[in-house]
Design a protein around this ligand. Structure first.
Ligand code: SF4
Length: 73
């Protein structure tokens, strides 16, 4: 468990997404400051590249991330 390497440039962590879920602080603790390997944004970034991470993808949307990764292959 460690801080995500993407913290400084991540729009979710820096509250730059259009909608901020009420649970965002909890999600930050769980993913950004905890297990970033399970974060949907991190997964898409690692597989497809930073430019492919949707602006509205939240850390807990792992199913959506897997779908995007599958579609791209
Ligand atoms: S864990 Fe996900 S949401 Fe958090 S900083 Fe990393 S990429 Fe962004």
């Amino acid at each position: 468990m460690a801080e995500c390497e993407c913290l400084s440039g991540c729009i979710f962590f820096n509250d730059k997404m259009a909608d901020k879920p009420a649970t965002s602080e909890m999600l930050k603790r769980r993913y950004c400051l905890g297990d970033s390997r399970e974060c949907a944004r991190f997964m898409v970034r690692a597989s497809l590249g930073k430019d492919k991470v949707p602006g509205n993808l939240y850390p807990n949307q792992k199913d959506k991330a897997l779908e995007l990764i599958k579609e791209a292959r």
